[in-house]
Design a protein around this ligand. Structure first.
Ligand code: SF4
Length: 234
């Protein structure tokens, strides 16, 4: 005999109600039709995100003073050969051993040639040292940024520097140096090797002449081991 308690009917209603609820829940989670969905955001790798945030693709370029006024920047000239550097050093050391220190007027002339003054710009190849604050060195002679090659001592003006050697070479053959050569005697080939320095040499000679300063000619250092030490070798 079947039961008339209505449990079977009641169970079917519950099943239907449960099925309806499930359908409604599914419908809610599905995107509605005809409603545009957002496009997929492209995936960025960690590096791409960093480079976008930091803009690190290329460092900013700051114009130099020369670039700002439309002139091409100073190019550091090629250093003398190793043999030439050894020869120059030998001449300088020999002159120090035999003569001690250069004449004061000669040193003053070299100071103007390298550092300039209020009316005279400094040599384009003179550079501030990275190892000692206030010191300068010559980037053209190939001696490097080291105390023995400094053109000055910022703390003690009595220190024996490169400019104190009785004979010392300058890559531009500027006034006061052992291998000085007037601009008018330079060949085009030599001018092209250090164009910025040569241009300044011409200007410095004009200023020195206007001040009544006589520029001494190049001179031969002391002889060592049969070396003639002709200044034209430098
Ligand atoms: S090139 Fe000559 S003048 Fe210029 S910094 Fe060097 S030594 Fe001095």
């Amino acid at each position: 005999m079947g039961c008339n308690c209505g449990k079977k009917n009641s169970g079917s209603d519950e099943d239907r109600a449960s099925a309806n609820l499930k359908k409604k829940q599914e419908a809610r989670t599905k995107p509605p039709l005809n409603v545009p969905t957002f496009p997929q955001i492209p995936q960025l790798t960690e590096n791409k995100i960093k480079s976008k945030l930091l803009n690190t693709t290329s460092p900013p370029h700051h114009k130099t003073k020369k670039e700002e006024i439309g002139e091409s920047p100073t190019v550091t000239p090629k250093s003398p050969s190793f043999t030439q550097k050894v020869k120059n050093l030998g001449k300088s050391v020999a002159s120090r051993v035999t003569q001690g220190k250069a004449d004061d007027n000669l040193i003053k002339l070299r100071v103007l040639s390298c550092h300039g003054d209020d009316e005279m710009v400094s040599c384009p190849y003179r550079s501030a040292s990275n190892v000692r604050e206030g010191a300068y060195f010559c980037t053209a002679c190939g001696c490097g940024d080291k105390p023995a090659a400094f053109l000055n001592d910022p703390d003690n003006s009595d220190t024996y520097t490169k400019l104190d050697y009785p004979w010392v070479s300058c890559p531009v053959r500027m006034p006061g140096f052992g291998d000085y050569k007037p601009f008018s005697e330079e060949t085009q080939e030599e001018i092209d090797k250090v164009p910025d320095g040569m241009k300044r040499k011409k200007e410095v000679e004009v200023i020195l002449t206007a001040r009544g300063i006589v520029i001494p000619p190049a001179y031969k250092p002391v002889k060592t081991n049969g070396d003639t030490n002709d200044s034209s070798e430098s």
